[in-house]
Design a protein around this ligand. Sequence first.
Ligand code: SF4
Length: 395
Amino acid sequence: MSDLPVSRRHLLALGGVASSGLISSLLSGAEAHAADAPKVPRRTLGKTGQKVPILLLGGGSGFDDKFDPRIPQALRHGVDYIDAARKYAGGTCEANARKTLTRINQLDKVWITSKSGHYDAAGFAADVDESLKQLGRKHIDLYYLHGIEDLAVLDNKELFQTVEKLKAAGKIKYFGFSCHDGTVAELLTKAAGISLIDSIMFRYNFRQYGDKALNDAIDAAAKANIGLIAMKTQGSEAGIEDAWKKFEKTGKWTKHQAVLKAVWADTRITAAVSHMDSLEKLQQNIAAAVDNQKLGAADWQSIERYARATRSLACDGCGQRCASALGRPVNVATTLRCVMYHDVYKDADKAQRVFAELPAEQRNLSGLDFDAASRACPHGVNIAQHMERARAILA
Ligand code: SF4
């Protein structure tokens, strides 16, 4: 983690944005919520009735352990929502967010979401208590079950009773879950019939707009007034860089901004959480959010071309056809996501940790015909190539 001088260098890299006066202001907290800074628009997060910014500060890569300038810079523009998790950044995300928020006197003034990877009542409640301790707060705004895949998790009555008690005790205000792989559409559909679920964070990006099952599920969840948050909006995948370079910029937006604006164009979605690991990325995303100019026809055509060009690189996590071709329960979607964490996010720790959490039989990648799996994938994902990489960096 960087120390304060490094943080100053990050700020200075922003050129005009980061004058030395601003640096001092950020450190003192005086700039937080600055009235003169353009503000990111807000939307209502479903049945919570709470307005949140359409751009959320993702904590997946953690925060600086002394002072993280991205937090006050986000606050200046109304991005007062931090998406944390018990496990992010080796368990340091919550405590490090607390350090910066305390330093700028904003600890109780931001929306904090966190997540538990325990799907049993006792484990979930213990994680809520640990999050409260790490964050140094009396309540957490929204608490998710982290990355669920199994629909049966949503049948756990004991867990739901515990959630109701945690809400009644004021430890959490709202509840929901996040999901990446395989069963996203089924989970959204099932959640639509569960009144206790206030919000869902799910993988949603420009490659999925033609997916009828997913769209029907989003419709059902939105109709049930569940607050929907999109993640993985950049659709990053390992090996994507070559196609990325060929993607033509049209109009005024960079490709990163354009795909974010494409998600915001879907009014069923309240907000997009973004993995912004530098002030430069934060500033670019804020610029896209505060500018209310919509994507034009040329922008949409460009996004469609980009989606087609990268289709065979991207696993949607359907989990079905390639798994049956393999004949063994390898979790292709999660394994490929781990390769992406390693090669795109440059987060080897997270990649190896998420992979290590898979059951042992799903981590055995030897002796399998991945070419057959590739042929079975409706998108022609080169599973063999990704799995060779997985064996080298994850196993
Ligand atoms: S590689 Fe293809 S078939 Fe396998 S989970 Fe991903 S999208 Fe589905």
